[in-house]
Design a protein. Sequence first.
Length: 210
Amino acid sequence: MILGFKTRYPEWMTKKGWETFFEDKINVGIKIHTIRKGHRFKPGDKIHAATGVRTKNYRCFKEMECVSVQNIELSPSGKFYPLMRIDNNFVYGDAFNMLIKNDGFDQMRDFAEWFNLKDELFIGQVIHWTDFSYSTEILSNMEGMLKEGDLVSVSGELTGYGELIGYITDINKKHELIIVQYTAESSIIANMDKGICGKAHFFRKLTIYK
């Protein structure tokens, strides 16, 4: 089965026209999977990684085998980063950053702009051609201690509000209170044990995901 890879970033991206280097990243083992809409691939399928698909410049640069696939959902969070689930597990923090790198992107903004979600839900597959996959153990072992810059989800029983996604900007010395910045103007102070204080927006119960 043919898997096409763009050589340049598309026009809707900040990096439009820049080289993606996906071919090089696949060949040297930096890009170890790809994310595609739908559920077309299955383990054992032969992969023809190519550029210029459906053009006279078609070129297969590598033949591989699909080792495994995982279900993935990307949904808009209202900001530049999407909300992600793999096999129905939320993906945040270090695991999110790992996936971005493994998919061949240098930063989260590139990854988010590439999928150009707008108001749409993306449902598809992570197509692996190595033995690596995002197991529950890998995702759970990524939790560890929270740190500044981590992408987290703050959720709970709300009145008129859904899940909020943001970055940790500050953590107190006892590692109990964190400040989560979820828009340019708004942040919340989250108490890891007792709920929310500060501008809580009617939070009654708190969960922090890494």
